[in-house]
Design a protein around this ligand. Structure first.
Ligand code: SAM
Length: 156
């Protein structure tokens, strides 16, 4: 198992808790069986090239080479005051995209322990740590002089 697998499905109770807080309207990285919102984009529609304007997005992107493109997209879309994006991504603070985009987010919530994602062959905990990154609508890339608010998040 590695974080390169493309369809790590968000654990339901973990999503439910975030959804209670944010009331998501769009899941831009999904398919017909794992979508978490009534409105979603599939690979064929390509969520990366669609507009997310006016939506409150929950994004658990494919964890492959395109991951950085999803994070850049979240950053760009949420400059709009009407568009917010909450992402579940592997916690990799050593990457270039973390420095460029994630550090411009409003919040980084590091998940305590390892998530048990759905959709896999086993129910083992993920072999990588996770973080929830919150880009609130209207950010301008400079959230505060101190950077994002950092916190620890329970798994559910
Ligand atoms: C990590 S899974 C997330 C599934 C579900 N949304 C969740 O959070 O549990 C990523 C999903 O994105 C889909 N996907 C891959 N490339 C995509 C693209 N360019 N546009 C939209 N969806 C895509 C994959 O088929 C997969 O179902």
């Amino acid at each position: 198992m590695s974080s390169k697998k493309m369809d790590w499905q968000t654990p339901k109770d973990f999503f439910d808790k975030l959804n209670k807080e944010f009331s998501f309207s769009l899941d831009p990285a999904a398919n017909g069986t794992n979508a978490l919102c009534a409105k979603y984009f599939t690979e064929a529609q390509d969520g990366l090239t669609q507009s997310w304007k006016g939506e409150t997005c929950y994004v658990n992107p494919p964890y492959g080479r395109a991951l950085k493109n999803w994070i850049r997209k979240a950053y760009e879309e949420s400059k709009d005051p009407d568009t917010s994006v909450v992402m579940l991504i592997p916690a990799r603070p050593d990457t270039k995209y973390w420095a460029e985009y994630v550090m411009q987010a409003n919040e980084i919530r590091f998940v305590r322990g390892r998530l048990k994602f759905g959709g896999g062959e086993t129910n083992d905990p993920a072999p990588f740590p996770s973080a929830v990154v919150v880009f609130r609508g209207g950010h301008n890339g400079q959230q505060s002089l101190c950077g994002p608010v950092i916190s620890m998040l329970e798994r559910a």
